[in-house]
Design a protein around this ligand. Structure first.
Ligand SMILES: Nc1ncnc2c1ncn2[C@@H]1O[C@H](COP(=O)(O)OP(=O)(O)O)[C@@H](O)[C@H]1O
Ligand SMILES: [Mg+2]
Length: 453
């Protein structure tokens, strides 16, 4: 059998440091290098044990298992589909594993490997990595190593960048503070002539990607997440499968409205004040009456909404008609409760909800079906002038997060006083303001509006 390898793949295979990362552009030949390296190691050290990991089984099956089956000679290699173990005639084995959940690492508790290989390392959390690399051990003379490949991006981007990319000049070995030898080998698309020649259109397809993905996947740029505002957002923790919300949970709607885009989120609260975003409506070019209609249509008649939250600017009166959008919405049957527009407090309240407790649980959960919110939250950029605020550009990604911010600031306030009946009825928006005011503010309002409780 004859393997032809790129120069970078050869370098990855030859490195002897305890931890090696081959990372960068998509299509640079990283996964191929990983699978080839595993083969070479298995043949060189009869009886050796290796583990190749991907975050989920579906990814593992489609990429690495398939690649190994096509690359490894059938006369010496067989693969057991049910245990995901590849065996060589010389007694060497390669386990193919995955680690979807944080606790999946414990299935490797009693395992021992000479080499552990991570493919798409930035899809793993740091704690998974630290635990798994402790499984590299064994009383034999085979080299002990952790070898990883990855593109930039993904939930583990930050720690991978710190551990390998920023820690030292790339391409040069160094010793980490923990005494382990490491090296980062950058990978470029141009390193892989097999792909460049076999699929000349590939580069063009990468060029057509949005800016951030293009920089990550085409150039292997690690600085793409510089300035990400919600660094604590982790789809594996905060995004969940939809379930039926119990009727007894308190439900809110929260909106951000402009003709350019309406964002409305439906949010439920459980008995422990956990927050579940369970439905979203994000649509452009809806006039007020149409927006109200759509929001009401999407709310089943049996679903009781405690309050519909909206930002204060909806109460601004229009120059021409003298009427506010909040009033127009109320004419279409949607009555709002005014939230506050203190951006910093709002964003920090979201961060509070995203934060993980000691058990790794967050307060905020988003149903998988709320795709726009899930897409936009991690894209928000920190404002370099005011680091506690986000940039308002690109504007298109701000609407769903703004709606969530309105909710978060409302929810983080001390529990509002109970609604009160007054001597005469107030318009809906004033009543809502009154309901969420402190006792001191209420007294002021009553005096100004000539009311008695
Ligand atoms: N040494 C090689 N010989 C033949 N084909 C290769 C080689 N290295 C990579 N390729 C092919 O190039 C493509 C991209 O390689 P891959 O390893 O998937 O890249 P990456 O993991 O860096 O995104 C794949 O189709 C792969 O089979
Ligand atoms: Mg790959």
């Amino acid at each position: 059998m004859k393997l032809t390898l790129t120069k970078k793949q050869k370098e990855f295979i030859d490195r002897s440091e305890a931890e090696v990362l081959f990372g960068g552009a998509a299509g640079g030949g990283k996964s191929y290098g990983q699978v080839a390296d595993a083969l070479i190691f298995a043949l060189k050290y009869p009886g050796s044990k290796q583990l190749i990991l991907r975050r989920t089984f579906a990814e593992l099956d489609k990429s690495l298992i398939r690649l190994a089956l096509s690359l490894y000679p059938r006369q010496i290699y067989s693969f057991n589909q049910s245990s995901h173990t590849g065996r060589f005639q010389n007694g060497s084995i390669i386990d193919f594993g995955y680690c979807a959940g944080e606790l999946d690492v414990y299935q490797y508790q009693s395992a021992e490997y000479d080499v552990i290989r991570f493919d798409e390392l930035t899809h793993f959390t740091e704690s998974q990595y630290i635990y798994l690399i402790s499984r590299v051990r064994g009383a034999n003379d085979f080299p002990k190593q952790v070898k990883s490949t990855t593109n930039p991006g993904g939930i583990g981007h930050g720690w991978v960048k710190a551990r390998f990319v920023d820690a030292h000049k790339s391409g040069e070995p160094f010793t980490g503070e923990d005494g382990l030898k490491r090296i980062f080998i950058p990978s470029l698309l141009s390193d892989n002539k097999f792909l460049e020649e076999g699929d000349p259109e590939y580069r063009r397809r990468l060029l057509a990607l949005p800016e951030r993905e293009r920089r990550a996947l085409l150039y292997g740029d690690w600085n793409i997440f510089e300035g990400q505002y919600f660094t604590e957002f982790d789809p594996t923790r905060h995004v969940i499968a939809p379930f039926e919300i119990p009727p007894s949970w308190r439900k809110y709607r929260t909106i951000d409205y402009g003709l350019d885009r309406l964002a409305c989120l439906w949010i439920a609260i459980d008995g422990e004040r956990n927050v579940y975003v369970y439905r979203e409506l994000c649509e452009s070019d809806l006039i007020v009456s149409r927006a109200a209609e759509k929001i009401l249509e999407l709310t089943p008649p049996t679903e009781r909404i405690y309050a519909t939250l909206a930002p204060p600017d909806l109460w601004a009166r229009s120059q021409e008609s003298g009427r506010s959008k909040a009033l127009l919405f109320s004419e279409s049957g949607l009555y709002f409760t005014k939230t506050a527009n203190d951006r910093e407090t709002g964003w920090l309240s979201i961060k509070e909800l995203l934060r993980l407790d000691k058990e790794g649980r967050a307060k905020l959960h988003i149903f998988r079906t709320c795709t726009e919110l899930i897409k936009c939250l991690p894209l928000l950029q920190t404002d370099p002038m005011y680091p506690t605020d986000t940039l308002t550009e690109p504007h298109a990604i701000t609407h769903a997060p703004d709606a969530l911010r309105g909710f978060a600031i409302y929810f983080s306030r001390p529990t509002p006083l109970a609604p009160q009946t007054l001597s005469h009825a107030l318009p809906a928006d004033m009543q809502a303001d009154y309901d969420r005011a402190s006792e001191e503010e209420r007294e002021y309002m009553r005096r100004r509006w000539g009311l008695t409780p």
